[in-house]
Design a protein around this ligand. Structure first.
Ligand code: GLV
Ligand code: MN
Ligand code: MN
Length: 417
């Protein structure tokens, strides 16, 4: 490894990275060591302001696009060269942890800080991005910022999405854009030379095998749907069962049928109903309307296609008394990362003598959309017992810093080409 690259890597500061993670964890802190920082919420805005203040302290350029993705750039020496990008997200699940997403953002910032301190010139700019609304917990679907950035979805088609309180994405986004300290305007779809995202594994394999770095080879396929069952509300004490159009009863039948559809002896299929809204949601009124989400995942393209395509017919067959509307909200085929970026990450882990393994990702990430527009890869670090989307999410400072070192080395290799 070149001496100047070694110098930059040696400047990755474990304590600075950890202290920043803990500072961000205070924004939206919830009992049990967790974080609730929904996309486009007051807490999200507060986190954006802190990140921008750290970027400005280094004189890095700050820009923002129409969906609120934030870009922090360290200039390169070639004005025509597209940026080598890194990043992740700052929003969290409603009962999320302190590392999901924010680690990738702060590891990217740590890489920029280290490269700046070492005074290295790179040909390409290196750009950190904090993607908007990766989780989709408040405004489904997930990975929204990168989907819009890369042109996979148009912002216009998403603006009327509502959260559980009926607030539209349009209003929450406008508030966020207005509250973010003046950032330059960034166009959507600007070219990128490469993208690498660091993230906690969110599964147990690295820890179980005593490995520090996961060299991520790709992401499994994912389909999301909103299912709406509409019946008729009625008095719980007086309306005979035979006359009811009970939307929740039909929803339960539909969910049971979906569980049958996705039963898998190999335990590879992932199937989740994570969100349900019942109207009028009163103990003594027959439910008139139910909306529930469907999340189904599989690494094999044919299997995820078959399962996703079967969701609507399965629901229609199971529902006997009410009307049904099924709306697909996300359709991501399995993706394989660019072999050159995968190799680059592996070279960095090997050069730093860190125990590593190649692995696919079960969770979705913004890297999935970036992989459609530029050579892309990911770096995983272990998290305690694989726990994630849970307040108890935990990771070791030394592992987080090791991931940031691998990221720094890989970014420098890609940015000099
Ligand atoms: C992202 O958090 C996902 O749902 O995989
Ligand atoms: Mn994440
Ligand atoms: Mn997540």
């Amino acid at each position: 490894m070149r001496e100047d690259v070694q110098d930059a890597i040696s400047r990755v500061d474990q304590k600075r990275l950890w202290d920043r993670l803990m500072e961000m964890a205070r924004i939206g802190a919830i009992p049990g060591n967790g974080v609730n920082r929904a996309a486009f919420s007051r807490e999200d805005i507060a986190a954006r302001k802190v990140l921008i203040s750290w970027a400005r302290a280094r004189n890095f350029a700050v820009a923002m696009d129409a969906i609120g993705n934030l870009f922090i750039r360290r200039a390169g020496s070639d004005p025509r060269a597209a940026p080598v990008m890194t990043g992740s997200h700052m929003d969290s699940q409603p009962r999320g942890g302190r590392f999901d997403g924010i680690y990738g953002v702060l590891a990217g910032l740590e890489a920029l800080e280290a490269i700046e301190e070492a005074g290295l010139a790179t040909r390409h700019p290196i750009e950190l991005v904090a993607w908007s609304n990766e989780e989709g917990g408040r405004f489904p679907p997930c990975t929204m910022g990168s989907a819009v950035y890369t042109g996979a979805k148009s912002l216009g088609e998403l603006l009327e999405v509502k959260d559980n309180e009926g607030i539209t994405l349009k209003d929450a986004l406008a508030q966020t854009l207005a509250a973010t300290p003046a950032a330059e305007k960034r166009e959507l779809n600007a070219p990128a030379a490469a993208y690498i995202e660091a993230h906690i594994e969110q599964g147990p394999l690295l820890e179980q095998e005593g490995k520090i770095i996961g060299i991520v080879t790709g992401i499994q396929g994912l389909r999301w749907f909103n299912v709406e069952i509409s019946g008729e509300t009625a008095h719980a004490g007086t309306t005979s069962l035979g006359l009811r159009k009970d939307a929740l009863r039909d929803a339960i039948a539909a969910i049971n049928a979906l569980h049958e559809l996705t039963r898998d002896a190999a335990d590879t299929v992932r199937f989740t109903i994570g969100r349900m809204l019942v109207t009028p949601n009163s103990p003594n009124s027959v439910p008139s309307h139910v909306l529930f989400s469907v999340d189904v995942r599989h690494p094999d393209p044919a299997t995820i296609a078959r399962l996703g395509d079967a969701v609507e017919p399965t629901v229609r067959k199971a529902v006997t008394r009410c009307s049904v509307k099924v709306t697909p909200t996300l359709h991501d085929d399995p993706c394989a990362f660019d072999p050159a970026v995968v190799d680059c990450v592996e070279r960095a882990a090997r050069a730093l003598k860190l125990a590593h393994r190649r692995m696919p990702s079960g969770a979705s990430h913004d890297a999935m959309y970036m992989a459609r527009v530029c050579p892309t890869g990911m770096i995983f670090v272990p998290c305690e017992r694989g726990i994630s989307h849970n307040e108890a999410e935990n990771a070791r400072p030394a592992d987080l810093a090791a991931g940031a070192r691998v990221l720094t080395a890989a970014l420098l290799e890609l940015a000099d080409r």
